[in-house]
Structures are given as C-alpha cells and as structure tokens.
Write a protein of this length. Structure first.
Ligand code: ATP
Ligand code: MG
Length: 401
C-alpha cells in the first residue's frame, strides 16, 4: 500500500505546454497543447475542425516540431489538397492514411511526434473489439489506447470528433471523461464567425473563447474581438450596441430586433440571444414599460453571429425591441449594459469596468449602466446611470422617425 504523502511535497508534473502558434487557440488552451495529454476537438459537420487542427499542425511544423496527421476518413491526397489551401506546407508535416488503431499507435511509438491529430476518432477501428466503426465501444477503445500511448511518449494528441445537428456527440460523447481537454468549435453554417471554447480542461481554466473567421484560405484569427464591431449607425430602429462578457473577454456586439404585426399566433425567434431571456424581456416590456407587443412577431439576433446569451445584454436587447416596436432610432454612439429584473429594474452586471473599456475602445461616447454599480470612470465616456428599463428607453430616444 503506498503511503500518503503531503500534497505540498508532491512534485507537480503537468507536462510541457506547447504553444501551437495559433494565438486564439492557445488562448483557449491557456497557453497551448500539453505534451502527453489528449484533447478532443468536436463540432458540427463542416464547421472547420479539420482546418483548425491543420492550422495548428502547420504552425508547429513550421517551428520545427514533428507533426503527424492520422487521416482516418480522407486519403492523403485529399489532406494534401486541404493543406495547400492554407498556404505553403512545411516539410515536417506528415500524414498517415489509416483507420486502424494499432497502426496509429505504432506510428506514435516509432516517430514520437510532438503532435498527432486523428481525423476523426469516430472512423477508427480497433480490430480486437466488437462493433462497427463509430460505435461507442469502438470509439472509446480506440481513444483509450491512443491516450495511453500519447501519455507514455509525451505526445500531444488531438482527437477530432463529429457531432450531429441535434447536438448529440455521436460516439465521442463517451470520450469526455477519457480525454484531458474538450474543445468545441461553434458557428453558424451560413455565417463565417467561428467560436472555439474549452468545455473541459485539466490544465487551465474552462470557458475561455477563441474567435475566428472562416475565409477562403482557412480560419483567420480575430484577436480583436467580434467580426462586425458596431460602427456608424444604420439609422433604423431596433439596433443597439452592447458588450457581452465571454470567458475573460469583453466583446462588442450589435443587438438587432424586428417587430412586425403577426398574421397568426405571434412568433418569437431568438438567434444567438437567449430565447428564455427574450421571453422574460417581452413580458417586462409589456408589464413595466407599456410597450405593446401582444399581436406582434418579434425577431432578435446579433449582427455577425456572435453569441450574446448572458444577462449583461438584457437591457440592450429590451431596448432594441422597444426601439423596433415604437419606431425610434437609438444613437450609434450609445452603448447599453445591464441585466433586467422582473420588476423592470436594471441590475448590476459582472465585469462592468472591462465592458466599459471595450466600448470606449470601439468608439462609444455614452453608455447606459445600472444605477449603483461600482464604476471606474473611463476617459471620454459619458455614463448614464439608470434604475429602471423604462428610464433606459427614455434616455435612448433623441430621434423620432
Ligand atoms: N480545400 C478547400 N478549399 C476551399 N474550402 C475548403 C477546403 N477544405 C475545406 N473547405 C471549407 O472549409 C470549411 C471547413 O471545412 P473543414 O473540412 O475544416 O470542416 P470539418 O469540421 O472538418 O468538417 P467535417 O465534419 O466534414 O470533417 C467548409 O466550409 C469547407 O467547405
Ligand atoms: Mg473534417
């Protein structure tokens, strides 16, 4: 029986962190991939899993690391075509086209790469196991074997997993407890914004986000925040500038609402904003602010596809709806921050001061904040403290159309 030893005296051996060189990915990982650890990267078909992995591999290979892609779904030629899309292909970036776990294992043991990416883990087969490729048993057995080899050889291993449209991780859900880190890549199929999140991370914080734009030659990093920062006003009702806190970042976001008379039972459509918050805000607008919405369809979204689901954007979303319903234009130099309570009151939000810094940086001149917040003054930013949502609607109405 091993004797318990003091934690204080225990050597911390977390493995070497390898910055991938893809800054937005390293940000999510808290520095980089960890040698000997396994990361699951999953997302919907076509979202950009293979592209992101290839960019990280390419960047590490350019820095001189030996990097191997185990292509379990595509031929080496298909991989090469994709790799060329991203630019010059470094010499140390190698590919093995196989879906056999034992072969993948042997490649890792023999070549000891710094990074191995398996695309995808769902396509791997362990001949010693029953079940077809992609079955939970097969996927789990393959992942467990490769994790063990990665640990023994100090290889950073990335497993790519598929997720179906309804969000169920096909097979790889069973892997969440097998791997050290779980990254999800999110994005609207029709939009170009991609958000990478750490859902589980044994070596750092979770909840951090990385932002990318899908362009013709791969994923472009967005270290500066959102894709479409609020700019000069469109001069139409229903558009409000806010800022959402996601992980440690404060991201400017344009909230848009449209209110239209309904022909049947009213539709309420929330895209990239929370449908629960939308329902609550519609009730508060009617009950506390006298905004008539009963017979109307209400659509709410963010411009550019950035998710803004936390309560800090409540006041901006409610103001966007009021502005659309009543028909006034909210000034483009005004940003709005605040959670809304059922009594129609504005409640303080987390991380207010960094939200203020972000909107100022983006050119806001005035910002609505909940009254009583602990505020640091930001040079050049005029703070409008409001106690109630109805006061926000009043403060934002200099122009009537
Ligand atoms: N060689 C290429 N040239 C142009 N566009 C490409 C190329 N390869 C991929 N794309 C595009 O890039 C986007 C992301 O593709 P990618 O293959 O990285 O997604 P994925 O998440 O790995 O998809 P899958 O689930 O099918 O493996 C897709 O919209 C795809 O059409
Ligand atoms: Mg792919």
């Amino acid at each position: 029986m091993p004797a318990p030893t003091p934690i204080l005296a225990t050597r911390i051996d977390d493995g070497l962190t390898l910055p991938t060189g893809v800054g937005e990915l390293d940000r999510v990982l808290g520095g980089g991939l960890v040698a000997g650890s396994t990361t699951l990267l999953f997302g919907e078909p076509g979202v950009g899993k293979s592209t992101l992995a290839l960019q990280a591999m390419r960047s590490l290979a350019m820095a001189g690391s030996v990097v191997v892609l185990v292509a379990a779904e595509e031929s080496a030629a298909q991989v090469a075509r994709r790799a060329r899309r991203l630019g010059p292909v470094p010499a140390d970036l190698a590919v093995v086209a196989t879906n056999d776990v034992s072969t993948a294992e042997q490649v890792i043991e023999r070549y000891r790469p710094t990074l191995v990416v398996v695309d995808s883990v769902s396509a791997l087969r362990d001949e010693g196991m029953s079940g077809s490729s992609g079955s939970v048993n097969q996927v789990r057995a393959a992942a467990e074997r490769l994790c063990a080899v990665a640990k023994a050889t100090d290889t950073a291993l990335v497993l790519i997993g598929h997720v179906t449209k309804d969000g169920e991780l096909a097979g790889p859900r069973a892997l969440e407890h097998v791997v050290d880190t779980v990254l999800r890549i999110e994005g609207d199929r029709h939009g170009s914004l991609r958000v990478v999140r750490a859902l589980k991370h044994r070596f750092g914080p979770t909840g951090e986000v990385g932002l990318f734009e899908m362009v013709a030659d791969g994923l472009r990093e967005l270290p500066d925040g959102s894709l479409n920062p609020p700019g000069p006003g469109l001069d139409v009702p229903g558009v409000v500038w806010s800022v959402t806190n996601d992980g440690s970042r404060s991201l400017s976001v344009e909230i848009q609402a449209l209110v239209a008379s309904s022909t049947g039972s009213p539709r309420r459509v929330a895209h990239q904003v929370s449908s629960q918050r939308l329902a609550l805000l519609l009730a508060v607008l009617e009950a506390r602010c006298g905004v008539e919405l009963g017979g109307s369809d209400v659509f709410a979204t963010t411009a550019g596809g950035l998710p803004a689901v936390e309560p800090g954007v409540d006041a901006a979303l409610a103001l966007a709806i009021a502005s659309a319903a009543v028909g006034f234009v909210v000034p483009a130099n005004l940003a709005v921050v605040g959670e809304v309570g059922l009594a129609g009151e504005l409640r303080p939000v987390s991380g207010l001061n960094r939200r203020l810094t972000e909107v100022r940086r983006r050119g806001a001149e005035r910002v609505v904040v909940p009254a009583g917040s602990a505020l640091e003054s930001v040079a050049g930013l005029d703070l409008i403290e409001c106690r109630r949502l109805v006061d926000v609607i009043e403060a934002a109405q200099p122009v009537t159309v």
